[in-house]
Design a protein around this ligand. Sequence first.
Ligand SMILES: [Fe+2]
Length: 240
Amino acid sequence: MVQIRHRDFFYICGYDNTSGVSVTSDPTGSQEIETDPRKVATILATKLPHLTERGFEVVTTPASIHDRLSHAYRAGLDTTRPEQSDPDYLTAGDPDYIDIGNLAYDMGNALHLMHEEWAGQRLELTAAYGLRIYRRGQVLRWHVDRAETHVISSIVHIDSESDEPWPLHIEDHLGVEHEVCLKPGQMLFYESATCPHARATPFAGEHFGSLFVHFKPIEGWDFTQDDIVALLKIESPTNP
Ligand SMILES: [Fe+2]
């Protein structure tokens, strides 16, 4: 029996600790599955449905939302705590975290309609996480997010103090890699379960803070963890 930790597949931008890191097992008990994060991301990017043409888009955050988040960010920046994230993915240390309580979900709800309009369908808010603050030298390995719940997502960038622009590397639905540099007051819509993404270069600066919001389609998206595991089966003569 192959035991599979959820985090082996998906480091989740905006990981919602309330949903827990699940432990499951290979549904067949004998399959060999792909676990290399970069390969997993590529496989799921090609095998799961795409909901938009390109997979990501940068837009301006509504001013009222940016203002509220900026206030919370400034108020919390001197009293952060380590995020206790996954060292397999955040290989250069834990980002810091500001717990903004209900404001995270309030902002998720306020941004709900914008996400539905971008995705062209009705969505359910599944997570609102933050604020996460990256610090100097930190990186995030290539990955895709949890496919059951983190389908239509956004990085709402609030504020930063950096020596140079810090790109999110992201692959579009054609497999073309892009570098997206968000400015404070901008947000990135992206299909986080099917667009591989990373902070591939070490952050050069003092702080880089964002809120992460995640949705799933209300209809037509019923993938379970076992479904995802099945997609990652390695085909070989001994593993038909
Ligand atoms: Fe992510």
